[in-house]
Design a protein around this ligand. Structure first.
Ligand code: GLV
Ligand code: MN
Ligand code: MN
Length: 404
């Protein structure tokens, strides 16, 4: 199956009939369909699929003479809620297509090549970004993660077990990688307009901005919407509303990014002052100090406002990802490894499993494929097939170099 056929085969899985976007949450029936697709692609290529105890997958291309630390490629198949088709799947489909291209060139790797699909990269279900790769590398332990709960109160350990995995309580488990991975290369759709502005189909990542997710719990007092005088209210919605505006202002002032994209209101009735508002701040900047000072500034303003509103505020860091600098020599070699001139080397403010592997000490690189509008985490996310095929060929060249 070529790139376009693989893409068409994957396209209906988890797609919303109303928005055209994707709901590919981990350890669900949609996830099982994605895994079946992955197994079918691997099987068609005689690649041996190895799942780990939480559901990360690797399809191995390991000819008899291939030995030593493996070259891993791939990405993730899960999506944000109502996400696009490309964020994640482009890296997995391109990895299988790159294996095909290398075989058509008669290339036989002397090191094993693995095609990976990491689980829960988006953290859309359990709130921790790159959960699968964190567990696989040991950055997060199973003991730290297993009692995380999704929006319906389902615990991670139960979700994993219901999906047919769930023996991660095994004390001998050391994660999928446990010293076997020599390097990792992830191809990903670009999630901004840098490559469009530079007129390049493909780019190479220099690093990832540090970022984090912070839960803001505002607590007030439920009361009647008609009979409670305005001056008698303790309304957490007001504290939240001001905080969302403050976050936007602070991020603009600091040339950083701040987003409240998720809010939960209790009891969420039209004719009652809410008792509680929980909202999640996603904060990013180009240094860890700037992320910390952005979150501090927002927290300070939110606390002051809560004091005036008669509400209380508690802030909890749910997911923290430090600054990532990818291997500069590897990036430079990849950027120069093709006929059309050097690919641009650019930073990104989006998180990736590649960042987790890099932080775990694995030499890591990323290739980005141009996104004509820059839109991502949305049904509108797109990349032209011609650019995707340039990406496949760049990935194949990179794997050939690394696995020779
Ligand atoms: C993942 O795509 C993220 O940057 O949140
Ligand atoms: Mn994403
Ligand atoms: Mn992604």
């Amino acid at each position: 199956m070529g790139f376009e056929e693989m893409w068409a085969d994957l396209a209906p899985i988890g797609r919303s009939a109303t928005s055209g976007g994707y709901f590919r949450q981990p350890w669900t029936s949609t996830d099982a369909e994605l895994r079946a697709w992955f197994a079918e692609q691997a099987g068609a290529r005689d690649l041996h699929v190895e799942p780990d105890l939480v559901g990360n997958l690797v399809a191995w291309w390991q000819p008899p003479a291939a030995e030593g630390p493996a070259v891993l490629t791939g990405s993730h198949l899960d999506s944000v809620l109502d996400g696009g088709a490309f964020d994640g799947p482009l890296g997995v489909v391109s990895a299988f297509a790159a294996v095909d291209l290398l075989r058509s060139r008669g290339f036989v790797p002397t090191r094993p090549i693995g095609v990976a699909a990491f689980v829960e990269e988006e953290g859309s279900r359990f709130g921790l970004a790159c959960l699968g790769s964190r567990l696989a590398t040991g950055a997060t332990t199973w003991e730290q993660a297993r009692d995380l709960r999704d929006r319906d109160g389902v615990r991670l350990r139960d979700a994993v077990e219901a999906a047919g995995f769930g023996v991660a309580d095994d004390p001998t488990w050391r994660g999928l990688f446990d010293g076997r991975i020599g390097c990792y290369v992830e191809l990903h759709v670009e999630q901004g307009r840098d490559l469009v502005d530079r007129g390049a189909a493909v780019g190479v990542a220099s690093g990832i901005w540090p970022h984090g997710r912070y839960r803001f719990d505002f607590t007030g007092e439920a009361n009647h919407a008609g009979t409670t005088r305005m001056e008698d209210r303790r309304d957490p919605m007001l504290s939240y509303a001001m905080t969302a505006l403050a976050a936007n202002k602070q991020a603009r002032l600091a040339d950083a990014r701040a987003t409240f994209g998720r809010v939960h209101v209790e009891p969420n009735g039209t004719n009652a002052v809410p008792s509680r508002v929980t909202a999640w701040l996603d904060a990013r900047a180009d240094t860890e100090e700037e992320v910390a000072s952005l979150v501090d500034a927002v927290t300070r303003q939110a606390t002051e406002r809560a004091g005036r509103d008669g509400t209380t505020l508690e802030v909890t860091a749910e997911s923290v990802s430090g600054l990532v600098s990818f291997d500069p020599d590897l990036a430079a070699r990849i950027a120069a490894d093709h006929a059309e001139g050097d690919w641009p080397i650019i930073p990104t403010a989006a998180g990736h499993d590649a960042g987790i592997l890099s932080a775990a000490g694995v030499p890591t690189a990323m290739l980005f494929v141009r996104n004509p509008t820059g839109v991502s985490h949305s049904p509108e996310e797109h990349a032209a097939t011609a650019d995707c095929l340039v990406g496949v060929s760049a990935l194949a060249d990179t794997l050939e170099r690394l696995a020779s």
